[in-house]
Ligand binder design. Sequence first.
Ligand code: IPD
Length: 282
Amino acid sequence: MADLWQEAMDHAVAVARKAGEIVRDALHNDMKVLCKSSSVDLVTKTDQKVEQLIIDSVKEKFPKHGFIGEESVAAGEPCVLSDNPTWIVDPVDGTTNFVHGYPFVAVCIGFAVNKTLEFGVVYSCIEDKMYMARRGKGAFCNGEPLHVSDQKEINQSIIATEFGSNRDPEVVDRIFSNMRKILCLPLHGMRGAGSAAINMCLVASGCVEAYYEIGIHCWDIAAAAVIVEEAGGVLMDFEGGPMDLMSRRIIAANNKTIAEKIVKEIKAYPAVRDDAPLQTKQ
Ligand code: IPD
C-alpha cells in the first residue's frame, strides 16, 4: 500500500536541506542576536527566516496542514497539537551554538497525525548529517541505518543532558544535583551537544546511551523522537510513563533499563507545559 505521508516526508527532507544551506551561509555573516524569555534564550534573524521558509513551502504544497513552530509560538501563535496533520518545526535547534559558531546546529521537522508522530527529519547542517525516520520504516543518517547501543549497564554508559536557558539559581541547583547523582553512579561520561535534537540523534546512533532534559519544548524533540524510536530506543517521562510531547521534559534512551535507572536517580521540577493557556505562561 502506498505510504500516505511519503510525499510530505520527501518535502521535509528537501526543505530541511535548503534551510540548512541558509543556516550555514549565515554563519559567515554578521548576525543580529535578540533575546526571548531571558538574556540567554537567543533568537536570530536566521531562525525567523528559516521558519518562514519552511512554513511557506509547506503551506503551498499542503494547504490544509497545521503548524507548531518555535518562532511562531514566540510571536504569539498557539501551541496546540490537534488531530490535523501538523508540522512541528524548530528552524535552528542549537541557536546558542549557531551564534557562537559551535558546530552542532540542526533544522528539525517533525510531523504528527492524530497526535502520533509519523516522521522526523533532523538536519545537522554544519556536519552535513541528514537524520530521518518514518514510523515503522527505520531510522537513517545520510542513508545509513541507525541502531541504539545495546548497553544495559548505566555505569558503562555516556549520558547526555543540557543546562537549558533558565538561570534561576534554584533551577540551576536542581540541574547540578541531578547531574551529580547520575555522574556519580559512576558513568563513563556526561556530554551535551547544545542541541536537544542532536543529543537524541546521538542516542539513535548508538554512541550515547541516553539523553534527558527538563525545559525543552515540543519543537526541540518532536522530529528526533521518531528517529530514536525507529533506531530501537525508548522515550520516557520523568515519572516512568510514556513521553508527553508537551510536558517540557524527556528521557530518550537506548533501552528501558537505562531509562528507568535515570527515572530512579533524578528529580523532576516544574516547567510550564507548552500547551498551557497563554496567560499561565507569563
Ligand atoms: C535549545 C537547545 C538546547 C536545550 C534547550 C533548547 P533552541 O533549543 O535544544 O540544547 O538545552 O532546552 O531550548 O532554543 O536552540 O532551539
